[in-house]
Design a protein around this ligand. Structure first.
Ligand code: ASP
Length: 584
């Protein structure tokens, strides 16, 4: 028996019990005649004491030779501590050791195994198994477990069945590049790893499963912007015989359950916002509504006044920064530099101080009098003491830029409280999105998404204006889930592929199986998928998903611990009928 108790459970009530503990040496303190060792396992830390008066000299010597992170087993008696440590649950007791067995020695770890470590991120990734011994990472993994357990509990209770779908499949169009896997048995042919189980879950609906979910890995080969992973986990869900309202209710229920069980937070019914309004009011399809600072469009009140920059702009739009009038000229200049950085890309920023006495002072006083500026304040809902920041230019670009500024200022003003949860449904996304590069329309969600009723005709005349039965669930400014009501008949699906530029042959080759299935009695269906990693990070009050993934990859998609990806040898290439053609 390696242990009778773990390192987190002994208390004063256990005094005088003989116990056996196993774990890692966190640290030791050596006074010569007495040695204390902190023994650690997943459950906590228990102090061991080796004392010349009460134990043998050999045992003390053995204890003195213990290195950090040695794996040991001890037997001994629980005794009351002379000086108690109120900071840890086992702080009232210690173990007077009578026997010590070294189960394994350990090299000195390359960084300290402490809550605040001296190890940089790269080092911690390389030795992730040591990093996992640290409380912040360990606790994040335990937290993730709790979330997934609650997801399974809730969805099972609601009648959802967890079904596994294959990983070796064919391309699923979620808008990223596929990871491909060569097939040895079918030379020259490749599987694609799923970007999501989208087509399979739809086939499960044709198969009559009715309510499906799966906690599932998805793979997308995209350039990794900050805090993305090439493999990530979804809570993937689908339901049959439902309308959009049913889906929203079902998954609002799940999210509310998680907030309650995991965070102890009760949330009201989730507000809903149309995509068009989200873009107009926040410049963003995933607005953080924990704070105001809504956009005010100023075209009407700021154009036609001799200020060419505004007159020539498609959109003039501003936000009121609460108490921003206290910014010095220098601070405002810094803000202007911030929006002009290439990452944001604004050409400049106009501002207007709202003085406490109700007067205004703008950076464009030459063109605008007090009455004009008062209108700016009305439109942006600025109060005395605020600062109005105004950007102008191409509508889409300006919205993105002002949204970035809004988030940055909110961060600086401490308005993004991680303990506060503000969920929001964003509804009626456009069906299609214009892609500048390929000069074509792409499905904004994916090609299986149905247009809003009655809008199919509009596809011919104004494709960009067609709205979809598609929705996103947003939490604190992050998209945590998204889905749609699907097309479930072959004709509409073929039409969609046609509009998306697939020839009938291409559509058949890629998605023939789905269109075939639609001819065998496909029920109306729809669903959504949550990004589990992000959801867990937000519920855990963190911004970065890496800490919630046991073995994450770095920004170049590498696992630096196992050193993958890696070349394979010629035999293996031959077996796969592959020849490399590397550009040096
Ligand atoms: N497959 C979609 C995605 O990964 C989710 C859905 O439409 O259910 O975003």
């Amino acid at each position: 028996m390696y242990r009778s108790h773990n390192c987190g459970e002994l208390r004063a009530t256990n005094v005088n019990t003989e116990v056996t503990l196993s774990g890692w040496v966190q640290k030791s303190r050596d006074k010569g005649f007495i040695v204390w060792v902190d023994l650690r396992d997943r459950y906590g830390i228990t102090q061991l004491v080796f004392d010349e008066e009460r134990t043998s000299k050999e045992l003390i010597e053995q204890a003195q030779n213990l290195g950090r992170e040695y794996v040991i087993q001890v037997k001994g008696k629980v005794i009351e501590r002379a000086s108690k440590n109120p900071n840890i649950p086992t702080g009232d007791i210690e173990i007077l050791v009578s026997e010590l067995n070294i189960l394994n020695e350990a090299m000195l770890p390359p960084f300290t195994i402490e809550d605040k470590t001296d190890g940089g991120e790269d080092l911690r990734m390389k030795y992730r198994y040591l990093d996992i011994r640290r409380n912040p990472v360990k606790n994040s993994l335990i937290f993730r477990h709790k979330v997934t357990q609650e997801v399974r509990n809730y969805l099972s209770k609601e009648g959802f069945i967890e079904v596994e779908t294959p990983y070796l499949i064919k391309s699923t169009p979620e808008g990223a590049r596929d990871f491909v896997v060569p097939s040895r048995m079918n030379a020259g042919q490749f599987y694609a790893l799923p970007q999501s189980p989208q087509t399979f879950k739809q086939l499960l609906m044709v198969g009559g499963m009715d309510k499906y979910f799966q906690i599932v890995k998805c793979f997308r080969d995209e350039d990794l912007r900050a805090d993305r992973q090439p493999e990530f986990t979804q809570i993937d869900c689908e339901m049959a015989f439902i309308e959009q309202e049913d889906i929203l209710n079902a998954f609002e229920g799940l999210t509310r359950h998680l907030l309650k069980e995991v965070n102890g937070v009760e949330v009201e019914k989730f507000p809903r916002m149309l995509y068009d309004d989200a873009m107009r009011l926040y410049g963003n399809d995933k607005p953080d509504i924990r704070f105001g600072m809504q956009f005010g469009e100023l075209n009407e009140v700021a154009q036609h006044k001799d200020f060419g920059v505004f007159n020539n702009a498609e959109l003039v739009v501003g936000i009121a920064v609460p108490r921003g009038n206290s910014y010095t000229r220098k601070e405002i200049d810094k803000l202007i530099d911030w929006v002009k950085r290439p990452q944001i890309g604004a050409l400049g920023m106009v501002y207007c101080r709202c003085n406490e006495d109700g007067t205004f002072k703008s950076s464009v006083d030459k063109f605008y009098d007090q009455d004009d500026l008062e209108k700016w304040a009305e439109v942006t809902d600025a109060k005395p003491g605020d600062l109005i920041c105004v950007l102008s230019g191409d509508k889409n670009k300006v919205r993105t830029q002002l949204s970035a500024l809004r988030m940055e200022l909110a961060e600086r003003l401490g308005l993004r409280n991680p303990k506060e949860f503000a969920p929001l449904w964003v509804m009626d996304f456009p069906l299609l999105e214009w892609d500048e590069e390929t000069e074509r329309y792409h499905a904004m969600h994916h090609p299986f998404t149905s247009p809003k009723p009655g809008q199919l005709e509009l596809l011919k005349t104004d494709p960009g204006a067609v709205k979809a039965n598609a929705y996103d669930l947003v939490l604190n400014g992050n998209e945590i889930g998204g889905g749609s009501i699907r097309i479930h008949d072959k004709e509409t699906q073929s039409l969609m592929f046609d509009y998306l530029g697939f020839t009938p042959e291409e559509a058949k080759a890629q998605f023939g199986f789905l269109m075939d299935a639609f001819q065998y009695g496909a029920p109306p269906h729809g669903g959504l998928a949550f990004g589990l990693d992000r959801l867990v990070a937000i519920l855990g009050g963190q911004e970065t998903i890496r800490d919630f993934i046991a073995f994450p990859k770095n920004n170049s998609g590498r696992d630096v611990m196992i050193d993958a990806p890696a070349p394979i040898d010629d035999d293996q290439l031959n077996e796969l009928s592959l020849k490399l053609n590397l550009k040096s």
